[in-house]
Design a protein around this ligand. Structure first.
Ligand code: NAP
Length: 506
């Protein structure tokens, strides 16, 4: 649905906050340092998934706006690339401080458009902001090399240069962090960007841009093109194929990642792809089961299961299967409280939209029809709303069920029993995804063996939360290309240049 009229704000939806104090809720896109409408003046509504109320109507931009934004970003790159690392670090630090100062308002915007409980939204601001802080520091350590020359009177110098304009396309599940983890890194490297946030969660992106503007980020360095789902493909085509774009940095599904990778191939453009996961959560007999169950709650039910590194398959050794399931079931029953994200005590919000709810329900129904046992939950909580799905524990899952292979992206814990370490590895690795994995064991040798043999970019030993700004985040196989965070995150946005200085004796 889109309509021609100036965008509106419906701030009453952000309960708990006095809207008169809110200055980050924007209803225009951000291009070249200006708050702008779409060229065609169309808008689309941003809905609160908890109750479908319209929060704001914002520009429904198309390929024309995307082209303008790319050109603007290229113009800004010509000067931003020549700022000193110290200047870029200073501006990033300002942005970090402002996000910290405005974290409560940012958290309310996330909860309004993404539905997650306020406590989790606050956590996402802390997490997302840690990347801005990290890359403010990293900006000053993007070092080159001097390599000893094999020839007399010659010097080999290697420098890292910013890659240019980066197209940033992000999902709705962590609408702040998925942006800061890319944008702070690329800015530190000296690049500029055009961001296309998800239709479901553009307001957080705009709020972050407002703070970047206040922090002194020069015009054109950060641009945001907002659009409805209908325009995602045409806007994405410009962002991937325009000759002025140097890199496509995407976080989202493997399906869309493959489309974008194909378009990037035409121009041999750099890609950084953070795609879907299918994380195994493996519990061995030596594990501390109480601790494993606590970590399972975090790995499964954070953001109501809508996390790429969320535990997707619980593989439990037969010797401790019954004990673990008993503890896990008690935890789910007592800790998962479904409801509106702004309500005190709520730990699980709605799923992001009806399509996602239908997908989760379809996977569970398919498993039940093939013999899976529902231990808890198993259906839409219609009394709360059509996008609230009960926290679910599913047993007796077998390979013929769709839920065995697919990323659930919802609050469904899928449990399987295994007998040996080899069998656990075989099941864990039998997926095209390779993002996160979790292992619970007290045996040191087993921990090392599993770390070595799991075909995943990240392995958590005795921990269900592994992400931070310091370690490299990313996957292998169909889970992506490249890393975010750490010193590697900034390297994605640089080209290595080798210069030979010769005839030094002349
Ligand atoms: P998605 O459908 O792939 O969408 C991601 C982004 O791409 C959204 O902004 C979307 O816009 C846009 N998009 C869709 N089709 C496009 C096209 N043809 N051209 C250009 N852009 C297009 O993924 P999602 O459902 O939002 O997010 C869930 C997925 O993301 C899961 O698979 C999850 O595992 C993955 N994820 C991965 C990581 C990671 O770090 N590896 C982190 C978070 C999430 P619209 O939303 O407006 O359609």
């Amino acid at each position: 649905m889109n309509i021609i009229r100036a965008g509106l704000l419906h701030r009453h939806c952000l309960f708990n906050m006095d809207f008169r104090q809110m200055h980050l809720l924007k209803n225009q896109a951000f291009i070249n340092g200006e708050w702008v409408c779409a060229q065609n003046k169309l808008v689309f509504p941003v809905l609160n998934p908890a109750d479908d109320k319209v929060i704001a109507e914002i520009p429904d931009m198309d390929q024309c706006d995307a082209k303008i934004a790319v050109d603007v970003a290229l113009e800004a790159f010509k000067t931003w690339r020549d700022t000193t690392a110290k200047e870029r670090s200073y501006i990033l630090r300002n942005w970090f401080e402002l996000c910290k100062k405005n974290s409560e308002e940012l958290a309310h915007i996330i909860t309004a458009e993404a539905g997650k409980p306020l406590a989790e939204s606050r956590g996402e601001i802390l997490y997302g902001n840690s990347f801005i802080e990290w890359f403010a520091d990293t900006a000053r350590h993007i070092n080159g090399e001097v390599i000893p020359s094999p020839w007399p009177n010659k010097q080999i110098i290697v420098t890292r240069q910013p890659i240019g304009v980066v197209s940033v396309i992000t999902p709705w599940n962590f609408p702040f962090a998925m942006i800061t983890r890319k944008v702070a890194a690329l800015m530190a490297a000296g690049c500029t960007c055009v961001i296309k946030p998800s239709e479901d969660t553009p307001l957080t992106a705009l709020a972050a841009a407002k703070l970047a503007e206040e922090a002194g980020v020069p015009k054109g360095v950060i641009n945001i093109v907002t659009c409805s789902r209908k325009n995602a493909a045409p806007v994405g085509k410009v962002l991937c194929e325009d000759t002025n774009v140097g890199c496509i940095s995407f976080t989202g599904s493997t399906y869309v990642g493959q489309i974008l990778y194909g378009m990037a191939a035409k121009g041999i453009k750099r890609v950084a792809l953070e795609l879907g996961g299918n994380a195994p959560f493996i519990v061995f007999p030596s594990a501390d089961l109480e601790h494993a169950a606590d970590q399972a709650m975090l790995a499964k039910f954070r953001n109501n299961g809508q996390a790429c590194i969320g535990a997707n398959r619980f593989l439990i050794h037969e010797d401790v299967y019954d004990d673990f399931i008993k503890i896990f079931k008690e935890r789910i029953a007592s800790k998962c409280v479904l409801g509106h994200g702004t309500k005190e005590g709520v730990t699980c919000g709605p799923l992001i939209n009806l399509a996602q709810t239908k997908k989760v329900a379809g996977l569970v129904d398919d498993a039940i029809s093939k013999g899976a046992k529902v231990e808890l939950g198993g259906k839409v909580a219609k009394d709360i709303g059509d996008k609230f799905y009960e926290s679910t524990l599913l047993l007796n899952v077998t390979p013929d069920m769709k839920i065995y292979q697919e990323e659930v992206f919802g609050p469904v814990a899928v449990c399987l029993k295994f007998k040996t370490e080899e069998e656990a590895l075989q099941i864990a690795n039998s997926t095209k995804s390779g993002l996160a994995s979790y292992v619970f064991t007290k045996e040191l040798g087993q921990a090392f063996r599993m770390s070595g043999k799991l075909e995943f970019g990240m392995v958590g030993i005795n921990d269900g939360i592994i992400s931070a700004a310091e370690p490299p985040f990313g996957g292998i196989k169909e889970s992506g290309i490249g890393r975010e965070g750490s010193k590697h995150g900034v390297e994605e946005y640089t080209d290595i240049k080798y210069t030979l200085f010769s005839a030094l004796d002349k």
